[in-house]
Design a protein around this ligand. Structure first.
Ligand code: MOS
Length: 740
């Protein structure tokens, strides 16, 4: 890092803009904000999965040191959004501290508020809760087979239904995935501060400061401009920061009731049930082809769980409708409500689950056809999206296949499974692909050009980790043709111009377009200013002027030249301020199918005696338009691979169905990949601008990095062993080895 200048974060071109803040610990995450007179709130959670709270006895807790209040349905003040007038905004989902119903094990039933975190923690067990229990159902496997327990969530058909059954070669298989949990390093927290009755400031871990602001304004029935949401740094989220969960209103309720700032923190175990999860799934795929490998039919059914009190559905079967050319496709999707908390979006929501099954099934079909699985995919490649019949704006999957194949050493793969053995390990190669929607939403960015020539950009977004400031600074630097160290991107405050929630791999495209637009607008304004203010520019038009290295100059035969700082001085402007909105999708965009694509390649070894699976090499390729920031885009792909290794080999939330309690709600018992599980990972991008999606040619990589990865692993394990695991995660026992 270079430190020899006085502008923003001292960083080299490929460093993260916030690296210094993060590694020095100066960066403050939500729960770290200290405020005078702060009180601490912690949830008392139910110890039954379904029923009624008959009584909460808080008297012992209230006598404990430092305890200020125990808030529950017995004494919770009225919240406008909890019991609204007809037609008015109503809080969606569970209304915490509102009623005496218990809907899942671990549901908050009371909030203990004390003068310190320690005193709040100590008092939790002193709150005596009495219940009336009802019978609960948490067992997905048992209940998914009961047709009447299922809720239809959409179906689709083109061509002939179940056409795969008429194909000369077909496979039919069922795939299962367990509940997976986001498990970000930073736990959720909210600090609420009221200033009078209608002014609220919250520090909140959220992927969308504007969305949280809107939700709270409506919930407490106060003007949106009176709610300020601050989210300077987020330590990972993966989707669980996309909505306001129960602790967010709870903090606001407590702060209002006690008339002092209140911080509500979730504990690590609560992170497993109170901020969503990827739902459990069952899928069935039938896929058939003619002898040359051309797909004749794809049928894809799925069931995933939801809670009893909210419907959560995601696009599990959607990929099968359009990723490959096929005339006959039918899908069917159902939800299974259980006595659990509501699932939510988790990195690659829907597609991760669906592509695991689809990309596994295609691999299975390739062995039936005795065809290379990459060849089989190329055989069914299409430039036209077969679902909406639109041409893809850009699709460079063939380059991904080609490059990945070479880099992983695909030529060393045996077409026959279980054939390569080295030093007691079976070696296998596998691949799988992913796709995710790409588009452009609306975002506003404010630009401030200061008299020293530095630029500050502001938008009310948050950055859960991908490096939003870094990539936005790069977009601005490229547009302005000026050094990155003179540009700063400020985020994490709802008072800034409205920006999108960070989700759906959309930030770079949406926000990047707005940054590009506001910088282009500034360039135009500077050129006009030069024509007005600088004699040498007087006879030029805007089209004759270019800007590079903080200098305006004539592109014609002329010596006209003026620095931006000098121009500001000449015009007597201490500051130029511009705000621009990128707008959403354009009519041109609607003529195309726009997606990001990925293909993952994996080399595994499986121990021939113990069944231990180790990844040896990963090559992950992404087709996401122009790559704005190599470093952070690469990191996104690495993170997706680590998540994919977790999904394939490790992660599984287990529930004790007797009680409905999560049995492994800790990082010690919910297994995530360890450093030793991560092999060499090569990341490769097509890196060609998408000509349609936006003005910067960039699409997202956050989700495609994970989508399809688990299938690449199971396919490689099959190639190594000849054993097909259709029930994640892969374990030695599922491969037929005895537990050691
Ligand atoms: Mo993501 S599931 O778009 O945070």
């Amino acid at each position: 890092m270079s430190t020899n200048h006085n502008f923003f974060a001292p960083f080299a071109d490929d460093d993260r803009a916030d690296a210094a803040e993060k590694v020095t610990g100066r960066a403050k995450f939500t729960a770290e904000h200290a405020l005078p007179n702060l009180a601490y709130g912690l949830f008392v959670c139910s110890t039954i999965a379904k029923g009624t709270v008959t009584k909460i006895n808080e008297s012992d807790a209230l006598k404990a040191p430092g305890v200020l209040d125990v808030i529950s349905f017995q004494n919770c003040p009225a919240v406008p959004g909890y019991s609204p007038a007809k037609g008015a905004f109503e809080w969606s989902g569970l209304k915490t501290l509102y009623d005496n119903k218990v809907r899942f094990y671990g549901q908050p039933v009371a909030l203990v508020v004390a003068d310190s975190f320690e005193n709040a923690t100590a008092a939790l067990n002193l709150v005596k809760v009495t219940y009336e229990k009802e019978a609960h159902e948490t067992d997905f496997e048992k209940n998914r087979k009961i047709e009447t327990a299922l809720k239809p969530a959409g179906n689709y058909k083109r061509g002939t239904e179940k056409a795969y059954k008429t194909a000369p070669v077909f496979i039919e298989a069922e795939y299962k995935t367990p509940i997976e949990v986001h498990s970000p390093m930073e736990m959720h927290a909210t600090i609420a501060i009221w200033d009078g009755d209608d002014k609220l400031t919250v520090y909140d871990k959220t992927q969308g400061p504007k969305s949280t602001q809107g939700t709270l304004a409506k919930t407490f029935n106060i003007p949106q401009k009176n709610v300020r949401v601050i989210t300077e740094y987020v330590g990972g989220a993966f989707g669980n920061g996309l909505r306001s969960w129960l602790h967010v209103p709870a903090a606001c309720i407590a702060a209002k009731k006690l008339n002092r700032p209140v911080k509500v923190l979730l504990t690590r175990p609560q992170m497993f049930s109170l901020v969503g999860y990827r739902p459990q799934s069952w899928q069935k795929i039938g896929i058939g082809a003619d002898k040359t490998g051309k797909f004749i039919g794809i049928s894809h059914s799925a069931i995933s769980n939801t809670s009893r009190y909210e419907d959560f559905r995601e696009g599990i079967v959607d990929v099968s409708k359009f990723l490959y050319a096929c005339d006959n496709v039918d899908t069917d999707y159902k939800m299974l409500p259980l006595d659990l908390s509501t699932p939510t979006w988790m990195r690659g929501p829907g597609e991760v689950t669906g592509c695991y099954a689809l990309e596994s099934a295609i691999d299975e079909l390739s062995y039936q056809l005795k065809m290379d699985p990459i060849e089989l995919r190329i055989k069914n490649f299409t430039d036209i999206n077969p679902e909406n019949k639109l041409p893809w704006s850009a699709k460079n999957l063939l380059d991904c296949y080609e490059t990945g194949k070479t880099k992983i050493g695909w030529k060393n793969r045996s077409a026959q499974p279980g054939k390569i053995k080295e030093n007691g390990w079976l070696i296998g190669y596998g691949m799988g692909g992913g796709v995710f929607g790409a588009g452009k939403g609306a975002a506003s960015v404010r630009l401030l050009l200061k008299e020293d020539g530095s630029i500050v950009l502001q938008s009310a977004v948050s950055d859960m980790g991908p490096g939003t400031s870094t990539s936005m600074v790069k977009v601005a630097a490229e547009t302005m043709q000026m050094p990155i160290y003179k540009i700063k991107f400020s985020l994490g405050d709802s008072d800034y111009p409205p920006g999108p929630s960070q989700g759906g791999s959309g930030t770079t495209s949406t926000l990047g377009s707005a940054v590009n637009l506001v910088c282009e607008t500034l360039k135009q304004a500077l050129k006009e200013l030069a024509i007005q203010q600088v004699p040498a520019f007087k006879n030029l038009t805007v089209a004759d002027i270019d800007i590079k290295n903080e200098t305006l100059f004539s592109t014609k035969e002329s010596n006209a030249k003026v620095g931006i700082v000098e121009l500001m001085k000449l015009s007597g402007k201490p500051l130029i301020e511009i705000t621009k909105d990128s707008g959403g999708a354009t009519p041109e965009m609607r003529k195309y199918a726009i997606n990001s694509f990925s293909v993952h390649f994996v080399k595994v070894r499986v121990h021939a005696k113990t069944g231990e699976v180790q990844l040896q090499h990963v090559v992950t390729t992404g087709d996401a338009g122009k790559i704005i920031s190599e470093n952070t885009a690469r990191s996104q792909m690495l993170g997706g691979v680590v998540g994919g290794i977790g999904m394939a080999l490790k992660e599984e939330l287990t529930i004790n169905h007797e009680t409905g309690e999560i049995a492994n709600a800790s990082l010690g018992t919910y297994h995530l990949p360890l450093h030793t599980d991560i092999p060499q990972i090569d990341v490769w991008f097509v890196n060609k601008p998408d000509p349609i999606v936006n003005s910067i040619g960039a699409k997202g990589v956050g989700e495609i990095s994970l989508i399809g990865f688990a299938a690449a692993v199971t396919n490689a394990v099959y190639n190594a062993t000849g054993k097909r695991v259709r029930d994640l995660p892969i374990t030695a026992e599922k491969l037929g080895f005895k537990k050691v």
